[in-house]
Design a binder for this molecule. Structure first.
Ligand SMILES: [Zn+2]
Length: 107
């Protein structure tokens, strides 16, 4: 029981119990639901995964030592998807030197 609809049902049953209108069966259901809700107040460990998206591509030009950066999308538009990058030659936008991509680091 987690949805708002289920919670509304519990509130409704709780009102019935307080007004003395609840049947024995409804009281039993209510008791079970409250036990489940209480059990969810205890913390249980779970691993979370952060899904990240590539944003920026950066490298130091081996000719002019300028720090070159570009958005990931502009970079893939120019030279293709990541799997094609190794050994691809690119031109430094600062000095026009031709650079062969030797490796890609994901940070
Ligand atoms: Zn350069």
């Amino acid at each position: 029981m987690t949805s708002n609809e289920d919670f509304a049902k519990i509130v409704e049953m709780d009102d019935k119990i307080r007004l003395g209108e609840a049947t024995h069966e409804e009281k039993v259901i209510m008791f079970e639901e409250m036990k489940i809700m209480q059990s969810k107040r205890k913390a249980i460990k779970a691993t979370i995964e952060v899904i990240s998206e590539p944003v920026t591509v950066r490298f130091e030009c081996p000719y002019c030592e300028n720090d070159i950066s570009s958005t990931f999308n502009d970079f893939t538009d120019r030279i293709g998807e990541v799997c094609d990058w190794k050994y691809t030659e690119i031109e430094c936008p600062e000095c026009c030197g031709i650079i062969e991509i030797d490796g890609v680091d994901w940070n």
